[in-house]
Design a protein around this ligand. Structure first.
Ligand code: SF4
Ligand code: SF4
Length: 201
């Protein structure tokens, strides 16, 4: 597993990138006076796919620190999650199942949650190298707060994405392009165990 080798450098760098994502999010949330407090919904049941080995590995770094009994519970929930997703797929539906890492409304691996978990909520944009951009309006509650404001603060994802991609490239090294593409739910990442790559030290 990637972080079985305990690459302190890679661990510190992904943790630092995640911290800066969080700061960027918090800044926009403060500007909008937006919090998740009192939300009647919980977006941890949204269906998301994740695309990097580096995030998968860092998630697993959190998982291996859990007690065996709790890991078992999570694996069972992950298995149920995957089954529910498969059933939804056969009906051509998008599943809405609570993430196996959510307990009583809270993320039990909050420090290891993935990028999309850190971005969802507030408005953000992604400017592509060709100058085009894609807008993400944030969650339904945030959209209510934004209303018809003309000027809306937002997180710019591009520099953060670039850093994540750079970490991914470094992690995959010479194997990049030869490895299967990652396109997985958190539940699948849990059930598949950690990716097996060698980390630079
Ligand atoms: S991000 Fe939005 S939908 Fe998700 S818990 Fe927070 S307020 Fe609710
Ligand atoms: S990893 Fe944590 S924050 Fe992300 S969807 Fe799962 S429970 Fe929610």
């Amino acid at each position: 597993m990637v972080f079985r080798e305990r690459s302190a450098t890679m661990t510190a760098r992904i943790a630092d990138l995640y911290r800066r994502m969080e700061m960027a999010y918090d800044l926009v949330a403060r500007q909008l006076d937006f919090t998740c407090q009192g939300c009647p919904d919980n977006c941890c049941d949204s269906y998301f796919l994740h695309h990097t080995y580096v995030e998968w590995a860092y998630l697993w770094q959190g998982i291996i620190e859990l007690a065996p009994a709790q890991r078992k519970i999570i694996e069972n929930r992950a298995s149920d999650y995957v089954t529910a997703c498969e059933e939804a797929l056969t009906k051509d539906e998008r599943s809405q199942v609570m993430c196996p890492l959510n307990e009583e409304g809270r993320c039990i691996l909050y420090q290891h949650r993935l990028m999309i978990c850190r971005m969802h909520g507030v408005p953000s944009s992604l400017i592509f190298p060709n100058g085009q951009s894609k807008k993400f309006p944030g969650c339904f509650r945030c959209q209510e707060i934004v209303g018809d404001r003309q000027v809306v603060p937002e997180v710019e994802r591009a520099p953060l994405f670039r850093e994540l991609v750079a970490l991914e490239q470094e992690l995959c090294g010479g194997q990049q392009g030869k490895l299967p593409k990652v396109k997985k739910t958190i539940a699948e990442m849990i059930l598949l165990e950690p990716p097996t790559l060698s980390l630079p030290h």
